[in-house]
Design a protein around this ligand. Structure first.
Ligand code: PLP
Length: 386
């Protein structure tokens, strides 16, 4: 461990499983550590940097806005915020026509829970086993893994968990008091589990019949990650609430909750001091425009297919299954992934786990084919039989 790293660790509350790496610089899909070593970054800030580290357009937008207006509370309108709200409504499924801006994924889920309770006057939610929605008390109540929940009980009451991709199980726990169903389209932290079309179609139909709100969490899958602007778009799914964060603002902290006209709100019932601040809004406008102009969603689809088909060709015994949509990739092993992740880091490739046995790749969607080939080669080197 470098001295620099130790100093940081001494002063930070011990919450993160650290990698013994001090990252000081980034450009596109490459990051550099404090010793000048370079890494291909398939972590991308946990799926934040879809447009690449220090994307030139995002940097310029932040620089320009920083000289104009950095902060503006929600009681005033603001030109940057208005533009972003319009853009979000334009690019999202047609059911969604209003937005609330906040600062993170967990805040977007908190807001969705409150909006759903307020609009339906009902209090219960149905969520999926292995789902992950954040770590504050409301979103943690919607998160399945006991590892995150234990030690913080009692959580918010009224959250029920059923197996993912099983419509009958959802139907069996619906009650007159069900306000909403909260789901990811592809479970990220839970192991890259792909939701199927029929499942979401059935849920949508039932929600309409029983006046239940369908709340889709695209904090990790949004903004081109899965090969469409939103993963909902693979099925033409029309949510009542869509939660967004991570890649929305090119690396700046931001979250958003997009709402259909089933959502009612009234003054003072929710809010956020920093939500919709002009600096983050300009970064988001630049990032989303870049995603659209560069067809990043299509690139994600093609690059994801490329890397996964090449990996499958190796027919490696240690791999149980490769699951992916675009550049949201899970390589499930028959063994624990931790040692492989460390070996990859030593070879200059940063990757994430998703549970104990899945290697997760969430590279910037701008990653080059040359860089992808390096990732493929190093994955082969660490996963091949010795
Ligand atoms: N929802 C999903 C699907 C996530 O993957 C995450 C974070 O990984 C969150 C919510 C929470 O987001 P944040 O860490 O910005 O609070």
């Amino acid at each position: 461990m470098t001295e620099f790293n130790r100093e940081i660790d001494d002063n930070e509350l011990d919450l993160y499983p650290k990698r013994d790496l001090v990252i000081v610089k980034g450009k596109n899909a490459i990051v550099w550590d404090d010793r000048g070593r370079e890494y291909i970054d398939c972590v991308a800030g946990h799926g934040v940097v879809n447009v690449g580290h220090c994307n030139a357009r995002v940097v310029k937008a932040i620089q320009n806005q920083a000289e104009k207006l950095i902060s503006c509370t929600g009681i005033f309108d603001n030109d940057s915020k208005s533009k972003l709200l319009k853009m979000l409504v334009d690019i999202s499924p047609a059911s969604l026509n209003k937005a609330f801006l906040c600062n993170s994924g967990t805040e977007s889920i908190e807001a969705a829970i409150k909006f759903a309770r307020y609009s339906t006057r009902k209090t219960e939610f149905i969520c999926a086993m292995r789902g992950f929605h954040g770590r504050t008390l409301g979103s943690l109540s919607a998160t399945y893994n006991p590892k995150y929940r234990n030690d913080f009980e009692p959580l918010v009451p009224g959250f029920k968990f059923v197996p993912f991709n099983n419509f009958d199980k959802i139907e069996s726990v619906v009650s007159k008091n069900t306000a909403g169903i909260i789901l990811e389209i592809i479970q990220g932290e839970g192991g890259i589990n792909l939701g199927n079309h029929e499942y979401f179609t059935q849920i949508r139909r039932m929600c309409d019949e029983k006046e239940i709100l369908l709340i889709i969490d695209e904090v990790q899958t949004g903004f081109g990650r899965t090969g469409k602007m939103f993963a909902c778009d693979h099925f033409g799914l029309q949510p009542d609430i869509l939660c967004l964060a991570k890649a929305i603002a090119g690396g700046m902290p931001m979250g958003a909750v997009l709402c259909s006209n089933k959502i009612t709100a009234s003054k003072g019932k929710h809010g956020s001091t920093f939500g919709g601040n002009p600096l983050a809004c300009e970064a988001a406008l630049a990032a989303i425009t870049f995603i659209l102009d560069s067809n990043l969603a299509d690139q994600s689809l093609e690059k994801g297919d490329y890397i996964c088909s090449r990996l499958k060709e190796f027919n490696l015994q240690v791999i149980r299954e490769i699951r992916h949509k675009g550049l949201m990739i899970g390589i499930e092993l028959k063994v624990k992934v931790k040692p492989f992740i460390t070996r990859l880091m030593k070879k200059g490739i940063l990757v994430l786990p998703a549970g104990a046995t899945v290697i997760r790749l969430l590279p910037p969607l701008t990653i080059s084919y040359e860089e992808l080939d390096k990732v493929i080669n190093e994955l082969y080197e660490v996963l091949r039989p010795v």
